[in-house]
Design a binder for this molecule. Structure first.
Ligand code: ASP
Length: 315
């Protein structure tokens, strides 16, 4: 068995390649890192890597993480600037015994010492969007709502699982703001003996429920990945609404150690991509909650065309 699941349609191209690699017995570690790198390198995704939107000081600060489900090793970077592939730095940090999670200048120093590729991550297009937004918000800055993290959970033929994330976080965030994506248990978690999960949405709210760990915990208790995703997302959404009147965006994908998968969301039209040994063609699905159940449908051609026009076009 092998399988890979990823947040958002932007992972489609990566997962087409990833599926082929996993079928040839490439490890989950190599597959996930190259799949996320592909998303990081694509200049038109406004929320990950090169082309990611800047913070309120017009600087692109990136968060990323990597977790090995066999050893439970975790590596992460927060608020790193001017490096092309934060996921690779996170993977490298996961091999250290201590100092696994580095932020800001410390993360950059580590990346530089280990020869990772430097790159100015602010594109002309992102600069233009920033300037436009500054005009719109000349009095009051507020975070952009269209932030999307790439997060993946992968199972290889050898039974090893890996999870990783990469994001530029919220557009117009405060300098130094770190979201859930590099935080173990919130933005991601994986245990090869159980399964893994990864989240996207409003980091500040995802962290209130340690959402990814909660899902893996529920799978360990015997829930299917779909049941675990539903329970974790709907309960956190309800709790946040009851206690704080509103809940931010919460979307998750998960995969069990047997390749079964699940997804839950509290937003409209959350997209994600899956490829497994049973169904090897990387497929984009669109998920919507209906009461306490999820309706998950294969994305139509028309849906995909309009998604990609919106995400990677000139707007
Ligand atoms: N969770 C990310 C953050 O808060 C953003 C996202 O996934 O859309 O930084």
């Amino acid at each position: 068995m092998w399988g890979i699941i990823a947040t958002w349609s932007m992972s489609l191209d990566s997962l087409i390649t990833a599926g082929q690699e996993l079928d040839l017995e490439t490890t989950a570690a190599d597959t996930v890192v190259s799949a996320i790198r592909q998303v990081e390198d694509f200049p038109f995704y406004k929320s990950v890597g090169y082309g990611g939107l800047p913070n309120e000081e017009k600087e692109v600060e990136l968060d990323a993480a990597y977790m090995d489900g066999d050893t439970l090793s975790v590596g992460a970077v927060g608020g790193i600037k001017d490096f092309a592939n934060p996921v690779m730095i996170a993977q490298r940090l996961s091999q250290e015994k201590v100092n696994n999670f580095l932020v800001g200048a410390g993360a950059e120093k580590f990346a530089s010492a280990h020869g990772f590729q430097r790159k100015n991550m602010l594109t002309q297009r992102a600069k233009k969007l920033y300037e436009q937004r500054m005009k719109e918000l000349s009095k009051k800055l507020a975070p952009y709502t269209g932030h999307d993290t790439v997060g993946m959970v992968c199972l290889d033929k050898m039974g090893s699982m890996v999870s990783a994330t990469s994001t530029s976080g919220l557009f117009m965030k405060k300098a130094g703001r770190v979201g859930d994506s590099p935080i173990s248990g919130s933005g991601f978690y994986v245990d090869s003996q159980v399964g893994g999960a990864t989240a996207t949405g409003l980091g500040e709210d995802i962290m209130k429920g340690c959402l990814s760990y909660e899902i893996v915990r529920l799978i360990k208790e015997g829930k299917s990945p779909q049941e675990a995703c539903n329970q974790a997302v709907f309960q956190l959404d309800e709790q946040l609404k009851n206690r704080r009147t509103e809940a931010g965006d919460l979307s998750v994908v998960a995969m069990g150690k047997d390749g079964q998968w699940g997804c839950a969301t509290n937003i409209k039209d959350f997209s994600f991509v899956v490829a497994t040994a049973d169904s090897p063609k990387a497929t984009v699905y669109v998920a919507n909650a209906h009461g306490m159940q999820m309706r998950i449908e294969v994305a139509s051609k028309q849906w995909l065309e309009s998604y990609f026009a919106k995400r990677s076009g000139s707007n």
